[in-house]
Design a protein around this ligand. Structure first.
Ligand SMILES: Cc1ncc(COP(=O)(O)O)c(C=O)c1O
Length: 396
């Protein structure tokens, strides 16, 4: 039998470490163990009923055929109108294209911009997929250390990292895994620095609405045209509207970048499911209902965060700053390393084997010494998990 030989493009990519943690939870559960899974990267809420109803409406209207590769005209214009309403953005429909989730939006954007050998700036810690996309494009990930600024990227850090080889900066705010939010004025300065040096910015706005007061949701789509022409927004319905399985996302970028992404997509996924696009368009146009649903989910995440972070800080060896957004606590466990534990993965393994709690080790995010704890789960689960952690490691 001839061994299958994976292409170099794909062989060079690493598998997803976040999925490994989820797999560990599934395996333990299959053995009948009561697992508390704090590794989840998706809302524990169901999709709001009115959005499901719009999908059924789309099906009954016969939206079961191909749409344009860039998406239904109505889907694209609904996104434009929603961004105008929420962020005062002035977008042409020709700058908006549908994608199958934020992940495909990111892939489309990177693949249409990067050539082999280009340098791509990625702030650390990073979402696991960013460097893998860069690897796939045969470009080089150049990491920016951000611990000195509490994991909040600054324009100065970006300016210091740009060289003649830099083609792109990938940012994600609110951030997975840190939960940090780059303030709007700093985001603008970051784009200014990049535009000044002809560097493009790919902004992953998948947690856009999960910014807790006093932070506020902010999109780079609202920048003036001279700056925005360097920016591609990767948008997603997954987290904001609790629609991870629907695979709905979009890009907002200059017309040439958009055309290239549509060309690429015409040879891959073609477009997101037609009645899903219909439902998303109707939901965005049903703005009050949609914003009310988002507000209520965000308020619940905020309530959990406010309880969880002080509770985690009571555990011996755990240090955790208050995240301003997303739904992750990023815990510094470096104080625990040395004797019993060599790495944060050892701490995660102890939690798994002795308390049946699944957390994600920071190493995959470029942050060995940290654990990512998701609070996209009930307060009851969080409470049980914290009590078990206190029992295992002691309290301060
Ligand atoms: C930072 C970030 N970006 C993008 C995604 C991808 O989301 P989707 O492809 O479901 O829109 C995720 C999912 O975990 C994420 O955490």
């Amino acid at each position: 039998m001839v061994n299958f030989s994976v292409s170099e493009h794909v062989a060079r990519m690493k598998g997803s470490s976040t999925l490994l943690a989820a797999q560990a939870a599934t395996e333990l559960r299959a053995q009948g163990v009561d697992v508390i899974d704090l590794s989840v990267g998706e809302p524990d809420f169901d999709t709001p009923q009115f959005i499901k109803d719009y999908a059924v409406e789309g099906l009954s209207k016969g939206l079961t055929k191909y749409t344009a590769t860039a998406g239904l005209a109505d889907f694209r214009s609904a996104i434009g109108e929603f961004y105008a309403h929420q962020f005062d953005a002035e977008l042409a429909v020709s700058e908006i294209a549908a994608a199958c989730g934020g992940k495909q939006a990111l892939f489309n954007a990177a693949c249409c911009l990067l050539d082999p050998g280009d340098d791509v700036l990625i702030p650390k810690p990073f979402w696991v997929t960013f460097p893998e996309i860069v690897t796939f494009c045969r470009a080089n990930s150049i990491f920016i250390e951000t611990e000195d600024s509490d994991f909040i990227l600054t324009a100065d850090q970006v300016a210091d990292s740009i060289t003649d080889k830099t083609k792109l900066l990938i940012i994600n705010s609110p951030n997975n895994p840190t939960g940090r939010v780059v303030p709007a004025d700093e985001m603008r300065r970051i784009v200014e620095v990049c535009a000044d040096r002809n560097v493009y910015v790919l902004t992953d706005e998948c947690y856009l609405f999960f910014a807790y007061p006093p932070s506020r949701p902010f999109s780079l789509a609202c920048l003036p045209p001279d700056l925005r022409r360097y920016v591609c927004v990767a948008g997603s319905f997954s987290k904001t509207y609790a629609m991870t399985g629907w695979r709905a996302g979009y890009t907002i970028a200059n017309e040439d970048w958009t055309k290239a992404m549509v060309k690429l997509q015409s040879h891959s996924a073609t477009h997101p499911t037609s009645f899903v696009q219909y439902a998303c368009a109707r939901a965005l146009r049903d703005t009050e209902a949609t914003l009310a649903a988002v507000r209520s989910m965000t308020a619940e995440y905020e309530r959990r965060r406010n309880w969880l972070i002080p509770a985690l800080n009571e555990i011996s060896g755990f240090r955790c700053a208050m995240p301003e957004g997303a739904f992750y606590a990023f815990v510094d466990v470096r104080e625990m390393l040395g004797n019993e534990f060599r790495t944060s993965a050892d701490v995660a393994n102890k939690l798994l084997s002795e308390a049946h709690i699944v957390v994600t080790d920071g190493e995959g995010f470029g942050a060995d010494g940290f654990l990512r704890i998701s609070y996209a789960t009930s307060l009851d689960n969080l409470n049980r998990a914290v009590n078990a952690m206190k029992e295992l490691f002691g309290t301060n």
